[in-house]
Design a protein around this ligand. Structure first.
Ligand SMILES: [Zn+2]
Ligand SMILES: [Zn+2]
Ligand SMILES: [Zn+2]
Length: 443
């Protein structure tokens, strides 16, 4: 019988009190004494040899049933607190949902809808929910059952007024199987707040502009003398939408940058492992020994200063943290997508290995790319365009971008970008042939 690792088994039991686990052991005629790990190991042994089911979620049901306790932090959109359905656990908040209610998780490792609503916009942090995330009604017939009431207290109003515009009340909505972390209103339907139409959703027609779905700021239309209500209706047969009303605090670009800078990021050693994994993944049968990547930010076309990528990105090139955040603040669509691979980048991490190489490249004029070898050494490749002007006009940037695109179309052998490093910084050459500039990284 196939078993799962004890680590997974342990993680499924982490929300249970030791007393519950001891009692559960006793109910199975096992000893209930010893440390937490010993108790878990005993249960693991029992489940990997005697139990019919090898699904950890099945174990949790049995455990809950025998102990007459609730599934730990079951937080599902169906609002059912206990059932015999299979469960799926959020990798972030560790709450459980029913597999059946989630269907296909749109993000792996799986993150629940609450975590997705929270992380929708790193510049706007959810402080608390006024209306916890709820499932939106299917069909256009409004029923009182689906209207959510909430208070907007005087206290809240004052907090927002004192916040210098940094606070707002926002309605966020995501599609359960849609683009992860992305605001998405129903294709057709409406949002009703305090019995008035707040938004009407219509499918985009061919002549109209593409819809730009954004969270709705409802701060000014709320009342503090009587309860408020919200109702989201959708006229779609397929797709589940989850909506919530939250108090939002805006973050400055600087504080988000500082937050990311203060995190450990990808260490130099981890960065090396990451690059070697990518080198080993080459499509061809020949395992490549080196990889070239740009160290210019795809947004500013200048040398990256703080190299970041999304935690889900699987490519080496990074983008520049500061300009990227600035761009996200003002863009209305496709927010928080990686400019390189388009994956969600609501969580960014600095690659310290790439950072180290970029610091070395900064001392060399016109550095443009890095060729990295599997042994961890690298050389800096120069841009052939000699652009001594420190300030570039938009026209120039466009021109350079176009030029770069054209260059990329040229077959490899004829790329002239491999300009050599200036002689002064070049090690001894053995023959007339140019040897690549290798810069060792001290460990
Ligand atoms: Zn459910
Ligand atoms: Zn979660
Ligand atoms: Zn990416």
């Amino acid at each position: 019988m196939e078993t799962f690792p004890i680590k997974i088994f342990e993680s499924f039991l982490q929300d249970f009190q030791i007393e519950d686990l001891r009692n559960f052991c006793k109910s199975l005629n096992l000893f209930g004494s010893g440390s937490r790990f010993e108790v878990i190991a005993r249960l693991y042994n029992y489940y990997s040899t005697k139990s019919k089911s090898q699904d950890p979620s099945e174990l949790i049901h049995q455990l809950c049933k025998s102990q007459n306790c609730q599934v730990p932090r079951l937080n599902c959109i169906c609002n059912q607190k206990f059932s015999r359905l299979q469960l799926i656990q959020c990798s972030l908040c560790r709450s459980f949902q029913h597999k059946q209610c989630i269907k296909n998780p749109n993000i792996i490792p799986y993150e629940c809808f609450i975590c997705q609503l929270h992380q929708m916009n790193p510049l706007e942090e959810i402080k608390e929910f006024l209306v916890p995330p709820f499932l939106c009604e299917n069909g256009m017939q409004r029923s009182p059952h689906f209207t959510k009431n909430f208070d907007y207290s005087e206290e809240f109003r004052k907090k927002i007024q004192l916040g210098n515009g940094n606070f707002q009340i926002q309605v966020r909505c995501i599609k359960l199987e849609g683009d992860p972390y992305t605001q998405q209103w129903p294709l057709a339907g409406c949002l009703i707040i305090n019995d008035k139409l707040a938004m009407l959703f219509q499918p985009p027609n061919i002549n109209a502009k593409k819809r730009k779905d954004q969270p709705l700021n409802i701060t000014t239309i709320l009342r503090s003398d009587s309860p408020n209500n919200i109702c989201l209706l959708q006229d779609e047969k397929i797709g589940k939408f989850i909506c919530g009303v939250a108090l939002i605090q805006e973050k400055s670009n600087e504080s988000l940058i500082e937050e990311i800078k203060s995190q450990p990021g990808v260490s130099v050693d981890e960065g090396k492992v990451f690059i070697n994994t990518i080198l080993a993944q080459g499509d061809s049968d020949v395992v490549s020994d080196s990889i070239k990547f740009s160290i210019k930010c795809p947004i500013t076309m200048t040398l990256v200063e703080i190299p970041v990528r999304g935690i889900r990105c699987t490519h080496i090139p990074c983008f520049n943290l500061g300009p990227y955040i600035n761009l996200q603040r003002y863009s209305k669509v496709n927010r928080w997508k990686c400019p390189i691979c388009k994956k969600p980048v609501n969580k960014m991490t600095i690659d310290r290995f790439v950072e180290q190489m970029i610091i070395a490249a900064r001392t060399i004029e016109n550095a443009s790319q890095i060729e990295l070898f599997s042994n961890g050494t690298f050389r800096i490749i120069l841009d052939e365009i000699n652009n001594s002007d420190s300030e570039q006009s938009d026209e120039e940037i466009k021109k350079r971008r176009k030029l770069k695109e054209e260059e990329e179309k040229v077959p490899d052998e004829s790329i002239k970008m491999d300009k050599e490093i200036p002689l002064s910084s070049r090690p001894n050459k053995k023959d007339g042939k140019a040897s690549p500039e290798i810069i060792e990284i001290s460990d």
